[in-house]
Ligand binder design. Structure first.
Ligand code: HAM
Length: 434
């Protein structure tokens, strides 16, 4: 016998509640988060876009940036059978922008779009960090002012409320114009060169390629050096300052609490101006549950018409963990009734009955026992299903035109209900027990 094959490291199954062994994720938890988010996105006017999971490798290199962790070390890149270099998407923005340009959607109007699905990054797996993970993201095109920045942040704040989350904090920053960033980059490089012996190998390498990324190094010694260095905000151009002030005013007005983090630079090169992250301390090291910002230059950079844009993405696994951690996850739905039937004729009638009941009683969840077995073993299954009621069909019920109703969670004797009245009986029961 060969040994069973396991899932790829860092990639996980999302299991139905009945198979959840406590080691993985549960599909109903994902549904709760995804349904809640979808509901609120639609209420703000966002429309869904679905783009392929695989794109031309050049798309990610050109948008995320050649000298980023994602492009340098984390992409799942492979040669297609005809030799083209393809990559499993590590994030959603690049593909959405490609699609917007390809379908000429950016000529005049503005758009609010959302997407959900798996992303792939070859990172070192740990709690909250996976090689295949799920993002829900939004991208808003054609709106240059701080109003849309504020709206996407308000939208995320509303989502946390709807999901029952209290322990997430907002950090914001402004990366300034390309000019301001270039001036800052020069000052930062000069400062860091003077402190090069205190930097680690990774940061020293970045000094020549992408010094801004040193700002969010996790190494405490590097952090200490960075703390004393110049900050982006000191270099902000007038236009970006006005934009940033405008955003803060709108957030204040809405009562959103935030921290300005001048070292927040984000790990993808396409950002310009506003950037933000929602962070929690409840999930260990991987505490960023949602992150995004403006990318006013990306559409033109990828060959489309110059279009201001902003977006964010949230990590669904991290949100699911957080909702569980804060004990806000609703319990899984169980069937209201489980129908047991012994004998060929009762079993055939039970199938017709359950079909009729599902059509007649709105919202009723009824499971039909399939696979035969004794009355005792079927009732055991009914009990295990979590259903409060068992509907019993035996030879005598068929003869009398009745259905037996057994109360599985109450000390109450079984009753018989006329077949013609069982739908109404269940509808009344649902109103009372819901
Ligand atoms: P990101 O910061 O790379 O941004 O990812 C967004 C979120 O995805 C993170 O805050 C985190 O919750 C989740 N995430 C990222 N990597 C992993 C991983 N390995 N395992 C589990 N969760 C992860 C973006 O992807 C941008 N495209 C966001 C954006 C959209 N900016 C503008 N529009």
């Amino acid at each position: 016998m060969s040994s069973p094959i396991q899932a790829v490291r860092g990639m996980h199954d999302i299991l139905p509640p009945s198979a959840d062994d406590g080691k993985g994720f549960r599909s109903s938890h994902f549904q709760f988060v995804e349904d809640t988010v979808r509901h609120w996105l639609e209420s703000y006017g966002y429309q869904e876009i679905r783009v392929p999971i695989v794109e031309d490798t050049a798309l990610f290199k050109r948008s995320i940036g050649e000298v980023t962790d994602i492009v340098e070390k984390e992409m799942y890149t492979f040669a297609d059978r005809n030799g083209d270099s393809l990559t499993l998407r590590p994030e959603g923005t690049a593909g959405v922008v490609r699609a917007a340009i390809e379908h000429s959607a950016l000529r005049q109007s503005s758009h609010r779009w959302w997407y959900a699905g798996p992303m792939f990054r070859h990172e070192r797996p740990q709690r909250g960090r996976y090689r295949q993970f799920t993002q829900i993201g939004v991208e808003a095109f054609g709106m240059p002012g701080p109003d849309i920045d504020a709206e996407v942040i308000l939208l995320t704040a509303r989502l946390w409320k709807a999901l029952g989350l209290h322990h997430v904090a907002l950090q914001i920053n402004n990366l300034g114009s390309a000019d301001a960033r270039a001036r800052f980059r020069e000052a930062l490089t000069e400062y860091l060169r003077a402190h090069e012996p205190q930097l680690d190998e990774d940061s020293r390498r970045r000094l020549g390629t992408n010094p801004l990324r040193i700002l969010d190094s996790k190494n405490p010694q590097v952090q200490a050096v960075v703390e004393r260095g110049p900050t982006l905000l000191e270099f902000l151009d007038a236009q970006s300052k006005i934009h940033f002030d405008g955003l803060q005013k709108l957030l204040d007005l809405a009562g959103i609490v935030y921290e300005i983090n001048p070292r927040l630079v984000r790990g993808l090169d396409y950002y310009t101006g506003t950037v933000f992250e929602w962070v929690t301390t409840r999930l260990g090291a991987q505490g960023t549950v949602c992150a995004g910002g403006r990318y006013d230059g990306l559409v033109a950079q990828l060959g489309g018409p110059a279009t201001p844009a902003i977006g964010f993405a949230m990590g669904v696994e991290r949100l699911v963990e957080l909702v569980k951690e804060e004990q806000r996850m609703p319990t899984d739905p169980v069937p209201h009734a489980y129908c047991v039937a012994v004998g060929d004729e009762p079993a055939a009638q039970a199938m017709t009955l359950t079909e009729q009941l599902r059509a007649a009683v709105a919202g009723l969840r009824v499971t039909l026992h399939c696979g035969g077995g004794s009355f005792k073993s079927q009732v055991k299954r009914a009990d295990k299903s979590g259903a409060p009621l068992a509907l019993v069909m035996g030879e005598s019920e068929v003869e009398r035109g009745e259905v037996g109703v057994k109360f599985l969670r109450e000390e109450r004797p079984q009753i018989a209900v006329a077949r013609a009245e069982i739908a109404q009986w269940l509808a009344d029961w649902l109103v009372q027990h819901g």
